[in-house]
Write a protein that binds this ligand. Structure first.
Ligand code: 4F9
Length: 239
């Protein structure tokens, strides 16, 4: 999968050379091409922004500079995403949907924003990572690259994304490893039993219970199986 990133701060993306995403890049499973918008400045001082028409604080990124940076990527079919608090909120469904794209162009704004005309000209979709304002779109772009890349074949081992309960709308069950006792706290017996059916049932129940307690809003969208209904009844009767 190809990501092109239009940014004034390409160095920020070095973090993507670490860990699982770094490995995915080494293997050529994903490619992150960084385009420095400043390289397309028209001016000897490499200026990329100017004061807003109508007045006000801050600076606005100039449309021609951003447009020329975009035009340097020669793919009409790529999906252009602008990272913005005005966009639709990124969630796991959106992540999975985006992972089906071959080529995504991510536009990162800085300062007070980007001239609206170039946004109208090139942007297909605006995406937000949450209701807060950041200093720029770079961290959101990295969040998107990280979350989407997990769905690219070969990036994670086995079927991790299919297995994880979050993709089914639930929170994850708790995990335990050695030692068997830590600060007088025992690992739940069932996990030591080797009884795979019981373990699976226990984990599903934990997922449902944790979601019910911590994020009941997530349960509203789910259609439960008969088995889940039984587990939910068990949970409610235990309270
Ligand atoms: C983008 C915040 C996406 C949240 C971009 C300042 C942003 C953002 N999600 N904040 N520039």
């Amino acid at each position: 999968m190809q990501f092109d990133v239009l940014t004034l701060f390409p160095e920020m993306f070095k973090i993507l050379n670490e860990s699982i995403i770094g490995k995915a890049k080494e293997k050529g499973l994903i490619n992150v091409n960084l385009i420095n918008i400043r390289d397309f400045s028209k001016d000897k001082h490499k200026k990329v922004d100017d004061t807003p028409y109508g007045g006000g604080a801050g600076m606005v990124m100039m449309p021609d500079v951003v447009y020329d940076a975009y035009k340097s990527i020669k793919d009409e079919k790529a999906k252009v995403i602008y990272m913005s608090p005005q966009g639709k909120k990124l969630d796991q469904n959106k992540v999975e949907e985006l992972s089906k794209e071959k080529h995504i162009i991510l536009l990162c704004g800085h300062y007070e924003g980007i001239d609206q005309r170039v946004l109208d000209e090139i942007v297909d979709e605006e995406i937000s990572i949450g209701d807060y304002v950041l200093t720029g779109g770079e961290l959101p772009a990295m969040v998107l690259i990280d979350s989407v890349s997990r769905y690219v074949d070969g990036v994670l081992k086995s079927d991790s994304t299919k297995e994880e309960s979050f993709s089914q709308g639930l929170l994850e069950y708790p995990q335990y490893t050695r030692p068997e006792i830590f600060k007088d706290r025992q690992v739940p017996e069932v996990l030591l039993s080797g009884h795979h059916q019981n373990i699976e049932k226990w984990r599903r129940k934990q997922s449902l219970k944790i979601t019910l307690n911590k994020r009941p809003d997530l349960l509203e969208k789910i259609v439960f199986s008969k088995k889940d209904e039984l587990l939910l009844n068990e949970i409610k009767s235990e309270k």
